[in-house]
Design a protein around this ligand. Sequence first.
Ligand code: ADP
Ligand code: MG
Length: 742
Amino acid sequence: MRNAAHGGPFYPLGATTRFPRPGPELRHNSKASLQPALLEQPVAVLRGVGRDTGRRLGQLDIHTIRDLLFHLPFRHESATDLVTIASLPEKEEVNLKVRVVSCAVHETLRRRIKVLEALVSDDTGSIVAVWYNQAYLETAFREHPEVLLRGMLVRKRQRGPLFVVRRHEILGGGEESRHILGLIPVYPSTGDLSVRTIRNLLHSAAPLARHLPEPLPSELLARRGYPRKAEAILACHFPTVSREAQAARERLAFEELLLLQLALIERRHQLDCEQTALPLGPPGELAGAFLAGLPYRPTAAQLRVMGEIDADLAQSVPMRRLLHGDVGSGKTVVAAYALVRAVEKGGQAALMAPTEVLADQHYVGLRDRLAQHGIRVGLLKGSLPASERRAIRVSAAKGQVDILIGTHALIQEGVRFHDLRLVVVDEQHRFGVRQREAMLLARPDGRRPHTLHMSATPIPRTLSLTLYGDLDVSVLDEMPPGRQPVKTRLVFPRAESRMWEFVRGQLNKGRQAYVVCPLIEESEALQAVSANETFRRLSASELEGFRVGLLHGQLPAAEKGAVMSAFAAGQLQVLISTSVIEVGIDVANATVMVILGARRFGLSQLHQLRGRVGRGAHESYCLLAVEEEDPAVADRLALFARTSDGFVLAEADLALRGAGQLFGERQSGASDLLVASLVRDRHLLEEARAEAERLLALWEGRQASPAGVGSGQESSAIAAWLPAVEAARSRFGDLISRMERA
Ligand code: ADP
Ligand code: MG
C-alpha cells in the first residue's frame, strides 16, 4: 500500500499525485448520442412548468432536469395491498381505492379550519372521507374522481365512522394509473406540489435520464447484477414490483458508498505521496527488553498490532494508524511499545491524553516501567507552575526528555521537539482533527512523525472505514486472560437500599467502588453541582463512615490529580464522580460501579464506565440505578446487562440513537449521504470498500511492473474506473476537506 516500497509517486500517470484524469480516449461514456448537458437544462423546459410550478420546484431545490431526476423517493408503499370499505379496520393505516361520489367543504367552528368531506365508494360500500385544509381538491376530484387514499378509520361519537385521509393519489386514468397501481413512491417532501405533478414532470423528464453518465464500470455492474444508473433512477421513481425498487435503491446506495470510499482512499494515498517520515528500522534490543520486562505476556492480538506498528515504522511514509480496542483490552501497553520503538535509537516521542487525570496515570505508569531502561519520561500539563512548564519545554527542545506525556497543553504551548518521531493520541475522539494535526507539524525538517490514534469507542469496522477511511485500522479483539465478566444488574428505586448495603459489604471486604452521578448534558457547572449534592447526601447517609472522594470537571486540576491518586492508592474507598472517569482510569481493586440515573447514558458510554471495574482478580459488579420503570428504558438497559461485547452495544446504540450521537465531529460524513444509510447499508459499505481496494491493487500491480505500464488488459480495466474516480472527487472532495478541517 505504501509508495515507499516502489520508490516513486503512487499514481503512475502524469505528474499528479492523484488518480489521473481520463484522457479523451479513456472516457467510458463516449457514445456519441450521450449529451449530459441536456440534464443541466432548467426544469422550465418541461411541459407544464410555468412560473408558479417553477418557483415551487425551486423551493425543493429542484432547478434542473438532473435535480428532478435525483429527487428520489425514500421508500415505496404498496398499493396492491388495498382494503375494501366493507373490511376497513379501525385505527390502522390502510390504503383504499375509491371513487369520489360527492364533495362538500365547511369550516370548523372554533379554529376555522377548512374541512373537505367527500362521500367515496367502492364495490363493497361507501364512507365519508375527510381532508383538513385542502379544500382546493374539490375541483380536482370533480375532474378525476378515481383516487387512492391512505388513512385511518375513526369513529366520532356524534358523526359515526369517518376515514381521515393522510395522503391521497389522484389516479386520473390514462397513462398515469399504469404506474400508480404498482407501487407508490413516497417522496421526502413535495412541498406544496402534488405528488401527481411531480410524477407528471418525471414522466416528461424520464427520456432524458439516459443521458446520465454512468460512473461505474460495466464489469462491476455485471458482476453485481446491477442496472445502469439511468435505469436505476427510473426504477426508483416508477417501480413495477418492490424487488425492482429495492434493487434500484441498492444500486444507487452502493454507488454512493463506493464513491465515498474511492475519495477517502485517494485522499489517503495523496497524503502518502506528500508526506515523508523517518523510517525507524526493525525493533532493537530495548524493544525486546521492554516486552521481556512486562509483568504479563502480551495477548496474541497485542503482539499482532505491535507487528503492524513495526511494519509501519519501517516505512518512509508516516504511520497513520487507528487502534481500536474495547475498554480493558490493553491498548496502553501497545502504545508504550510504540513509544519505546520511537526512542530506542535516539529521537523523541509524545503521548497526548484528553484529561490531566489520564495524563498523570500514563506518566506514572510509563515512568516506572521505562526508567529501568534509561528512558527519560516528562509530563506537561496546564496545572503545573509556569516555571516547571518552561523547564519541560526547554528539555523537549534540547532533546533532554525522550518521551513527553501531556494534555492539550502539548499543542497549546507550542512545544518544540528536538527530534519528534512518533505521537500517540489516546482517546482520540476527544480531540479535534486539527488539534491532532497540530502535533504533527512539530518537526523542523518538514518530515512528519508517525502517529497512533487510540480509541475505546468500539465503532463497528464498517463505520470506521467511513469515518476514518484515511487511517489504517488495527483492532485489539482479544481481552487479556483471566478477566471475569462484570455482573450487571438493574436496580429500581425499591431495591436501592439493598444496593447500598451490598456496596458497603464490598467496601468492608477491602474492595473499592465508583459511584457515577446522573448525566446532565446542559453544562459542566450543573454537573458539578449535582456531583457535590450526591457526595454530600451519600457521605451523610448510605456511605457514612467510609472514606469517600469527589471528582468532577470543575475541580482545580491539582485537586483532581490528588483525589485520583488517593483512590488509586486505596486511601479513598469510594470515588463519587461525574462521567469524567469514563476515560481510561485503571484501578484493579475497584470492583463496584454504581451508575445513578443510568437511563440518561448511551450504551457505549455505560460500557466505558463498566469497563473501569473487572480489571483485577476479584468478582466485579455494575449496578444501574433506574428511577422509572419505563419499559423502553428497561429493555435497553437489560440488553446492556446481558451483553459485554462493546461492539454489539455500539451497534445497538447506533441503531437506537443514530450515527450523530456516536461520532460528533465526523458525523457530517453520515449526513452527506443521500441514498445510503450507514446503519442500514453496512454490508454494502464493506463491499464498496473491498471494490475500492481492488482498484488500488490493480493500480499498484501496474506501478510495480518493470515498465510501470502493465498489460493492456490491466490498463483498460483501470481506464474503466476513471469515471468513478472523477465522480468520487466531484461528489465527496468537499466532504473530505471538511472532515480534515473539523
Ligand atoms: P485500555 O485498552 O482500556 O486502555 P489498559 O491498557 O488500561 O486498557 O489495560 C487494562 C488492564 O489490563 C491494565 O491493568 C493492564 O495492565 C492489563 N493488561 C494489559 N495487557 C495485558 C495482558 N496481556 N495480560 C494481562 N493483563 C494485561
Ligand atoms: Mg486506555
